[in-house]
Design a binder for this molecule. Sequence first.
Ligand SMILES: [Zn+2]
Length: 192
Amino acid sequence: MHYAIRCPYCGSQNIKNWEQERAYVPYTYDWDEERITPEFSCLNCSEIFGCMADNTDSLPQSHYVAFHFSVGQKSKQMKTIYFEKADSYTDLEIAIPYKDVAKKARIPLTEWQDIKDDLFNQLFILSWQTDYEERNESEGNYWEMVLGFDDRHSYEVKGVNAYPVLYERLLELINPYLEELGFEKESISNNK
Ligand SMILES: [Zn+2]
């Protein structure tokens, strides 16, 4: 994907590169004591997002090894898509457990790099809230995403009938894989 950068909090394209204006450097993520600084700040909502580090090895995306995404009605057929990185390839599996249908494919590491780049540098998934929920709604379209790392605990994001501003872009990223393996494309309106 090559979109204009959008703020993961409000969706605005009115952003600028983050500059250290104060002595205090806000660590974007509170993992370890590594100096990870934000990459952008939003001129609309003032949030900061993205991350940069002197040592790229300390960036979360350098240790990112698994993507799990499930969506659907909890009582019915949750569609689940998994990407699991191995040493020289990435396993892709899409399943609808209720129907006992699972399809697998293998993608090259270069493609996993592209997916990773989209997730971290276009969707800024680490800046998503961990919980999106429509008020007073516990049923409806449930979705859940788990990001797995090889050096830190996993990061989970979920929601019911409510979505982050960049959610549609996430679907644009995974829909080609759903279609390739013969599953229906996912969209927010599918589930209304
Ligand atoms: Zn914003």
